[in-house]
Design a protein around this ligand. Sequence first.
Ligand code: BDP
Length: 630
Amino acid sequence: MFVCFLLLCSSHSVFAESGYDLWLRYHRIDNTTLYNNYREANGEVIFPGSSDRLNAAKKELRLGLKGLLNIDLNEVQHFSKRGVMAGTPESLPLIAKTSYIDEIKKLDDEGYIIRSVTINGKQVTLIAGKKDIGVLYGVFHYLRLMQTQQSLDNLAIKEEPKLQIRVLDHWDNLNGTIERGYAGYTLWDWQRLPGYIDPRYIDYARANASIGINGTVLNNVNANARSLRTEYLIKAAALADALRPYGIKVYLTARFSAPKEIGGLKTADPLDPSVWQWWKDKVKEIYQYIPDFGGFLVKANSEGQPGPQDYKRTHADGANMMAEALEPYGGIVMWRAFVYENKRNVDRALNGFDEFKPLDGQFNKNVFIQPKNGPIDFQPREALHPLFGSMPKTPLMLEFQITQEYLGFASHLVYLGTLFEETLQSDTYAKGKGTTVSKVLQEYKKTNGISGIAGVPNIGTDINWTGHLFGQANWHAFGRLAWNPDIPVAELAEEWIRMTFSNDANVIKTVKHIMLSSHEAAVDYMTPLGLNHIMNFATHYGPGPWYKDPNWDAWDYHKADETGLGVDRTMKGSNAVSQYKSPIREKLNDIKTCPEQLLLWFHHVPWNYKMSSGRIMWDELVDHYYRGVD
Ligand code: BDP
């Protein structure tokens, strides 16, 4: 045995990996033919310019070529052989000699092209953006082609993000803990900021830029007003400086009562002129430190957080006050729609829609309303949030949870790409059949000038960032879908496997199967057939349908009694179905047409109800649990 081990060590390079490199492992290409082709294609590089972003792009290209191909980036002025050239029309005047110059000029600010072109008789790969950030994105894409062992011949790639604002909402507290974080502590070393810039910030930025994320909300939605104090703004500014070369803007959560808590005012009433002024002054101060500050994320009148309703004002009054302060600087407000009454005998699934739908059209143009994917709370499977498709005048920014609060924390392998896809491709019927959530989100760019998506990340100080190695795939999937919500996730899973593990067909097939079936398995062993929110109280690690206290009772979410199981949200029940457009409403309302995967979400179903399998509901439920565990 020992001899075998020694033999193995001598025949392969054996090294330990921590997972730190994520999907940016630039390991040597193991296919000789490709290795030689790629080396030839990267013989010389023309890459002038020295902005922070172009430098970041060049640094990445250097890192990638060294790792993948053992090439030291060879910068030249003129090609003498096959090579790569990268830049914008400003940084690389040679681009004007290509026939792609018009296409490049027309690109979105973050867009790029990767094209096989001929320059002075030499075959060249052109990586071009309209702006420097596009070049950085293009370089990451180019490296990805090699990491996933694609051909570098006849390239004709054109990419532009389909959503403009693509942010991670960190639920990080100033004391270093992360709400619902299962991978260590916060990355933000507040103690040592602004003086010490942890190199990890740069790797965080690289990882995000590689998948197209362009914003980060540094702190928890359950906000601490202190994060808006000058001392913390200076620290946040240092982070913003570190992330800026990678195209990542910094945002902060804003505690609605901050004018009282740190501003010394007697009220936080959004219609009080002194409160308006306080926010205007605060915003002005923020922009002095962070000139490209992104804006505020706000959780108001939700789960005990302060908000405008404390003063009998509306969400629009509150959001617009902040939006007006931010508008002159180009900042935005992301106002969460995660609100519920927290009362027994009130169907919580109704609250978000009921509160926000009537306010459609009343928000300033730089306000996003941010609903979660479903109306309850990041459950293993949610019915779609009915606000999607119902707020034509107000841009909605979908919020996903990447951290696995209800999906077994960082100890379960659950690939969320499938969950994200299920939501994004859900049909709202807002403008007839085929009005998917993805389309609804994209449409806001045309109608309101802005569009976006947010994810609550699973990232912490663990050496592999996400605790569970496969958690990295969820971060990756979110970013890639934020850039283009319509990429089939089977492709994304494969891309991640190739970049993370191997390009070996067997590895891909095996790991992909595990990934693509993992979410359904988790739904099966957590909350099958539309069950939801029966999780263990407070920790949310696994089901605890027996939990009961005077304020919160799991029974309200499953209603198990002698007649059956599930919550009646039909027209005869809480009527949550009416919040959906026709024909979804009717389909959900009828027990015979309601999809079985949401049956107990919308119906109180007799235990012996005949399911499509021929089994009675109880047997079907048990079967799902066992299937999931298996
Ligand atoms: C719930 C979490 C809680 C968050 C809340 C939110 O349990 O920790 O504060 O969501 O999204 O799922 O605000």
